[in-house]
Design a binder for this molecule. Structure first.
Ligand SMILES: [Zn+2]
Length: 441
């Protein structure tokens, strides 16, 4: 009889809160793990040192490899970058450190390390397209229009606005067309109230009809008052006649330690608020979607934070030239490419106008193109949420029999990568519900 070895990582529970941190890290990395207890595991992991040290198998203690407190502080929102652009991803680096240890331990045992790939169809990274809709029309008399156009150009905009009734702020039908023609469908975060109710109704209808996502652009004090959030949610759900899954608060109002919990209680699925108004990059120094940890409940919340790393308003506020914006975007894309991460971009409908904000408009077109050229998955908030939570919950069984990995997957066509000693590049593999991988090939 041939002897088979199971390949999943065994998780030993030691500390309820830190175990949540560890599971979140393992989920980001796509590590296949199960609770240890029954059966044999080639390798065990725990968040902190177990009290009784009676493990015969090799046990990796995560806190020996990385400062778990630091990750906890980040995932709970207690510690974040507030006052600068952030492209140095400390948390991703720490997670990669753990991954390197795990990989070494597996390979040293002569075992392959099989992981879930990050995105569908082996996409390298993900860009989530979003639009905050603050107004449905926009006159050129806003200061920001004056500041970002030459005086003759400004006069022309004013003339067209006053005499030809040109509206520079609506732009939604054109955005829909631009994205649709490229096969993308973004998220529009809508408020519950606009001056022009008829226009608001038309926007909702057309987004629904074209299959775009409508999220809530929450206002007032919804970020700290549950009833207010629930009220806004119900109101938008009733107005659109569809389920609302995601939220971004107007002006990025947010209270770490509270807002995420309220969102869970209100039944939302994801948030994309936790970022800085005036800065680019990753406030949590982490470029994966993540489930925040609630320190009071001592667990991960059933909310996914999708990090917003670029907002057009920040570039206008900082008087960035087109080239400056482009280099910010390139840096973001290089960063998510490196960690196979994800970031949301926020282009307001009021700025996506070829005439009044030419450079924002062109940056948007360039960004869509660049993301596609790089093989990124360009999607909306809900599809990103769906994929990321499905990926974490997919059940995989993996066994090694001599040189054949046999496995079962609860999801069909699921992308895996296999890392082996003596093979430099990880091998991609699409797992079916039952599969076999011959490692000799
Ligand atoms: Zn807003």
């Amino acid at each position: 009889m041939a002897e088979t070895t199971r390949l999943e990582l065994g998780l030993v529970r030691t500390d309820a809160l830190m175990d949540e941190v560890l599971m979140e890290i393992l989920d980001h990395l796509g590590i296949v793990y199960r609770e240890a207890g029954e059966g044999d595991f080639p390798l065990l992991i725990s968040s902190t040192k177990p009290r009784e040290a009676s493990f015969s198998k090799s046990l990796l203690v995560a806190e020996d490899v990385l400062p778990m407190d630091e990750v906890l502080n980040t995932l709970s929102g207690s510690s974040s970058v507030e006052d600068r652009d952030c492209f140095d991803l400390r948390i991703n680096e720490l997670e990669d450190r753990l991954l390197a240890h795990l990989r070494n331990l597996y390979l040293a045992e002569g075992l392959p390390l099989v992981r879930k790939w990050y995105w569908p169809n082996f996409s390298k990274a993900c860009v989530v397209l979003t639009h905050d809709v603050d107004w449905l029309s926009y006159s050129p008399f806003h200061k920001v229009v004056y500041r970002h156009n030459s005086f003759p150009k400004f006069l022309k905009l004013v003339f067209k606005h006053l005499f030809l009734r040109e509206d520079y702020g609506y732009n939604i039908p054109e955005i829909i067309e631009i994205e649709k023609s490229r096969g993308f469908k973004s998220t529009f975060f809508l408020k519950t109230n606009y001056d022009d109710l008829e226009k608001a109704r038309r926007v909702q209808e057309s987004l629904k009809e074209k299959g775009f996502e409508i999220g809530l652009h929450a206002a007032r004090d919804s970020h700290e008052v549950l009833d207010m959030l629930k009220g806004e949610l119900t109101s938008l759900q009733e107005a659109t006649g569809s389920e609302i899954y995601g939220v971004r608060y107007h002006r990025l109002k947010f209270k770490p330690g509270l807002t995420w919990r309220l969102e869970e209680e209100a039944g939302l699925k994801y948030d994309s608020t936790f970022s800085n108004n005036k800065y680019f990059g990753f406030k949590s120094q982490l470029c994966h979607p993540y489930r925040p940890i609630d320190l009071r409940l001592k667990r991960r919340l059933n909310i996914l934070e999708i990090p917003m790393a670029f907002m057009d308003w920040a570039s206008l506020h900082r008087h960035y030239a087109y080239n400056d914006c482009q280099s910010v975007m390139l840096r973001l894309m290089d960063t998510v490419n490196k960690y196979h991460g994800c970031f949301a971009v926020n282009f307001h409908n009021t700025y996506l106008n070829r005439e009044s904000f030419q450079q924002v408009y062109e940056l948007f077109l360039w960004c869509l193109n660049e993301a596609r050229v790089r093989g990124f998955w360009v999607t909306n908030g809900f599809d990103c949420y769906n994929w990321w939570s499905m990926r974490a919950s997919v059940k995989l069984k993996l066994e090694l029999d001599r040189n054949i990995i046999s496995g079962e997957s609860s999801l069909r066509k699921f992308p895996l990568i296999i890392e082996m000693a003596e093979v430099k590049e990880a091998l991609p593999f699409i797992a079916d519900s039952v599969f076999k991988i011959n490692m000799d090939v």
